[in-house]
Design a protein around this ligand. Structure first.
Ligand code: FES
Length: 74
């Protein structure tokens, strides 16, 4: 689905809700977790790489938020 410049960022995720809110316990995340910031992922709130197609179709430059689990405690 090509969505460029319509004025909205969310075109399909939980549209029945007044606001999309996601709560994730940090203990449940892997060492590196990619969160979607383009609102195009089929695995939202996780990134599935769909931002690459969006960027190509729309000339945009969006990408995920990467959360890294710090393993050293020193
Ligand atoms: S799919 Fe949305 S940032 Fe990757």
């Amino acid at each position: 689905m090509k969505i460029c410049g319509s004025g909205k960022v969310n075109h399909k995720i939980d549209k029945h809700e007044a606001k999309v809110v996601t709560k994730i316990d940090i203990e449940d995340l892997g060492d590196v977790t990619a969160f979607c910031r383009c609102w195009q992922s089929a695995k939202f709130p996780l990134c599935d790489g769909t931002h690459n197609k969006h960027n190509k179709d729309c000339g945009d430059n969006v990408g995920p938020l990467l959360m890294n689990r710090r393993t050293d405690t020193s």
